[in-house]
Design a protein around this ligand. Structure first.
Ligand code: AP5
Length: 185
């Protein structure tokens, strides 16, 4: 299965991705995690990405598209994948379409959650994990950019008949059960 999970910052994409990947036997590809891994490893790509991530801005396509293209060629992706955080713009959708060629996405899962709840979650995470982009100002910018540039992709995937919307509010287990039901139906 070739899946994409979407939703605003803090909607629970990364949290739910673990369950989806183990239940459906696919590989998790999170662009945010790939950037953070590069940063931890001290690569030039990681240093470049950090400048944008710390400001809550999208990392330029010149960096992001190549990283995803390379990851999609890895052997562990052959049996299926769950993209998390890519594509985020209409231009990235076109890039991804080109990368996937004749075997497009099977489903696009949108986790919905209101702003008040996601901000609350990210503030808790800021205390627990200290992620550098979880400050009040940067969270605001990430949400703004999501609404402007990424949310419109849901209409695009809906028009392709791929969109499945799941309520991301409630306990992690409740959301997991909803996703599992939605992907099996
Ligand atoms: P990325 O890492 O993808 O960040 P994000 O989209 O802002 O999403 P988050 O990781 O903050 O939230 P999430 O929805 O995964 O929620 P989570 O499960 O962690 O991207 C970071 C940056 O990288 C971007 O800002 C950008 O700069 C760059 N980037 C990435 N992709 C890019 C691209 N394609 N193009 C350009 N730039 C790109 O949960 C959040 C918290 O809530 C956790 O603490 C969790 O424990 C908690 N939680 C989860 N579910 C629940 C629940 N049901 N109830 C209570 N708490 C919950």
């Amino acid at each position: 299965m070739r899946l994409l999970i979407m939703g605003p910052p803090g909607a629970g994409k990364g949290t739910q991705a673990e369950m989806i990947c183990s239940e459906f036997g696919v590989t998790h590809i999170s662009t945010g995690d790939l950037f953070r891994l590069n940063l931890a490893q001290g690569t030039a790509l990681g240093q470049e990405a950090k400048k944008y991530m710390d400001a809550g801005e999208y990392v330029p396509d010149s960096v992001t598209n190549g990283m995803v293209r390379a990851r999609l060629k890895d052997a562990d992706v052959a049996a299926g994948f769950l993209l998390d955080g890519y594509p985020r713009t209409v231009a990235q959708v076109a890039e991804l379409d080109g990368m996937l060629g004749a075997t497009p996405l099977d489903r696009v899962l949108e986790l919905t959650a209101d702003t008040e709840e996601v901000v609350k979650r990210l503030i808790v995470r800021a205390k627990d994990q200290g992620r550098s982009d979880d400050t009040a100002e940067v969270i605001r910018r990430r949400l703004e950019l999501y609404a402007e540039q990424t949310e419109p992709l849901t209409a695009l995937y809906k028009s392709r008949g791929l969109l499945v919307q799941v309520d991301g509010l409630g306990s992690v287990a409740e959301v997991t059960a909803r996703i599992s039901d939605a992907l099996k139906s």
